[in-house]
Design a protein around this ligand. Structure first.
Ligand code: DX5
Ligand code: ZN
Length: 212
């Protein structure tokens, strides 16, 4: 699957860019929420996302780069999030967080920063719907892909298989048409892509090439 990241869209005309995504073969719309504390940047918040939800035909894949993300479970539900991704590094009680997200009626994703080993998910991976592997340090679009991600995908894939789980693997940061085939071969199910899609000449075509 392919999930274009709204962070790279033209914020001056979100309606135009979301309309293009609606008409494309993209599977989800990836939404990066930042608080300036967990990451050194601020993006957009829930009042904006209420409108994004109204405009988007694609399911919303919300990636919270914020401290204490469980405070915002109700807000995420309200803006129509299909998937709520919280960072492993931001949750002291991850099991409780995942249960609360699911009880609210959303799918639960756990996100790992580039330095966080996938082995730390040994006791929770079977209870989450998705693991989001950061392939750049979170906070900004347009950064260079970290090569160690391939090994993380492969190790996570074998952990999921060993447990007979159905957890999806999503990769976020520096994904391009060039590295997409290798990420898929390593075991990724969902590719998030910002700059490679929104800065391309024909977004709809780029998305369809990435899916192929
Ligand atoms: C980074 C965000 C990403 C970002 C990806 O903090 O989580 O979703 O938008 O953008 P590209 O594909 O440009 O690296
Ligand atoms: Zn993201």
């Amino acid at each position: 699957m392919v999930a274009p990241s709204l962070l790279s869209a033209n914020f001056g005309n979100l309606e135009h860019d979301i309309d293009l995504i609606n008409r494309s073969s993209a599977d989800w719309l990836h939404i990066d929420v930042m608080d300036g504390v967990f990451v050194p940047n601020i993006s957009f918040g829930f009042p904006v996302l209420e409108y994004v939800n109204r405009l988007s035909d694609k399911p919303l894949d919300v990636h919270l780069m914020i401290v204490d993300p469980t405070k915002f479970i109700a807000e995420c539900k309200k803006i129509g999030a299909m998937m709520m991704n919280v960072h492993y590094e931001a949750c002291t009680h991850l099991n409780r967080a995942v249960n609360a997200i699911r009880e609210a009626g959303m799918q639960a994703g756990v996100t790992l920063n580039p330095h966080t080993p996938v082995e730390l998910l040994e006791d929770i991976v079977q209870n989450v719907d998705l693991v989001l592997l950061m392939s750049v340090n979170p906070g900004f679009g347009g950064q260079k892909f970290i090569e160690n991600t391939y090994s993380k995908i492969a190790r996570l894939r074998s952990m999921i298989e060993r447990k007979n789980a159905r957890t999806l693997i999503e990769v976020d940061g520096g994904v391009t048409l060039q590295n997409a085939p290798k990420l898929y071969a390593a075991g990724a199910d969902v590719l998030v892509s910002g700059n490679a899609i929104f800065k391309s000449e024909n977004m709809i075509e780029t998305i369809s090439l990435m899916k192929q």
